[in-house]
Design a protein around this ligand. Structure first.
Ligand code: SAH
Length: 397
């Protein structure tokens, strides 16, 4: 194998890598070869020539994403070891069970594999690349995945990166099966609840695995309540609320496709359950029309309102407006589960937006829980950017 090309940093720019932060920004670079192609693996050196790490070169403000701080090849052996470590941790977290076969196996930087997401749905693994480097290493990744699960528990590997990779890099990653393949979206289980998962056409990898623990918490609040699951997508919160003994559950999403998946998932678990209703509606419009006191448990889990820093102010206004509508309408003694998955918005900023909404509503509001992403979406302590999901459970007098 040819040795990796080398990128040399400017003096003083090695400190963050020495602290294991996995990104090298363009401003840190003193010299790099002219002929680098996006996604190739490079060695990164400090200004004195000493080795710092190996990673994927990319075009943009983040120039290298480090995969290893050891001077080693990034090949099948590397991915086999990394995936085996990731799988071991999910087993230790007790996520691999007969009644739970939905989990995130690899969470990018949180598993020291920048750019790589792998979600497991029963016997299907869905791989999503967020960097050209991972796309180029796909052969290694799939090889390692097959090696890791020799018992055949993963039969199908689906690659889903059409929506996440920059076409400008001259690559056209078609969403397709890399191994196995089936036209039927199989049923997978989360905490004993069954879900039909559409990795072929669904958002992200087909399911929001990151809300598992928050859905389980909601189940304990649902008994005898009138629940409104706003932004329901595949109906995760609705299904948990029904199992938790909710009197009624209403699922709302602006996408009629999402609403129909929710209906299917409810039927899959509870048959024709008259407690459940669903409507394809805009959240803001729906909440405005809702009568006061009709719901005593509301879930607000909107898509990220801010996708980049420039959008933060508008997003905070959006969260404030949305939470105000819910706080005004919720029955006395009710609960609000409210979330933000915008990575660029901090927990503190989100809490402040909800605080402002509470203050305008004039109601007495208490914070009962402060929620985050689950342990199969770990945050590398040296990469705080990996923290994105935040939630509050409020009680409203
Ligand atoms: N709570 C879900 C995930 C929500 S994803 C779960 O646990 O699986 C966000 C959802 O919001 C998407 O399904 C999207 O269709 C929906 N959405 C986006 N804008 C909306 C709007 N203005 N009103 C209602 N739903 C909206």
């Amino acid at each position: 194998m040819k040795p990796y090309k080398e990128i040399l940093l400017r003096p003083g720019k090695e400190a963050s890598l020495q602290r294991f932060h996995p990104w090298v920004f363009s401003g840190a670079i003193a010299r790099k070869p002219e002929d680098l192609t996006e996604g190739e693996t490079v060695r990164v050196l400090a200004s004195d020539g000493s080795f710092l790490g190996v990673g994927h070169f990319q075009i943009g403000s983040i120039t290298v994403r480090i995969l290893s701080f050891l001077d080693e090849p990034v090949d099948t052996v590397f991915y086999e070891r990394s995936l085996a470590n990731a799988y071991k941790m999910r087993k230790e977290l007790n996520l691999v069970r007969a009644d739970n076969n939905i989990f995130r196996l690899v969470h990018g930087e949180g598993d020291f594999l920048p750019g790589l997401i792998i979600d497991i749905y029963g016997d299907t693994a869905v791989i999503q690349a967020h960097s050209v480097g991972i796309h180029r290493d796909l052969g290694f990744v799939t090889g390692a995945l097959k090696q890791m699960l020799p018992d055949g528990s993963v039969k199908h590997i689906f690659y889903k990166s059409e929506g996440t990779l920059p076409y400008k890099a001259g690559i056209f990653p078609e969403d397709s099966y890399l191994s196995g393949g089936s036209d039927v979206n199989e049923i997978a289980v989360e905490n004993g609840l069954r879900f039909r998962i559409d990795w072929l056409k669904g958002q992200k990898t087909g399911f929001f695995v990151d809300q598992r623990e928050n859905r389980a918490l909601l189940e304990h609040y649902a008994r005898n309540r009138h629940v409104l699951n706003m932004f329901c997508y595949t109906g995760g919160f609705s299904v948990y609320a029904l199992r938790g003994g909710a009197t009624t559950v209403e699922s709302v999403d602006s996408s009629s496709k999402a609403v129909s998946i929710t209906d299917q998932n409810v039927t899959l678990n509870f048959g024709d359950d008259s407690r459940h209703h669903s409507s394809p509606e805009d959240a803001f419009k729906f909440l405005k029309q809702l009568s006061r006191g009709e719901k005593d448990l509301i879930i607000l889990d909107p898509p990220a309102f801010a996708k980049h820093r420039g959008a933060i102010n508008n997003a905070l206004q959006g969260y404030k407006k949305l939470n105000l509508l819910a706080l005004e309408k919720i029955a006395p003694g009710g609960f609000l589960f409210t979330f933000s998955c915008s990575q660029v918005i901090s927990g503190e900023q989100f809490r402040l937006a909800v605080f402002s909404a509470a203050a305008i509503s004039g109601r007495k509001v208490r914070i009962l829980h402060q929620l985050t992403q689950p342990a199969d979406h770990p945050i590398n302590i040296y990469h705080p950017e990996g923290e994105y999901l935040k939630g509050l459970v409020l009680q409203i007098e």
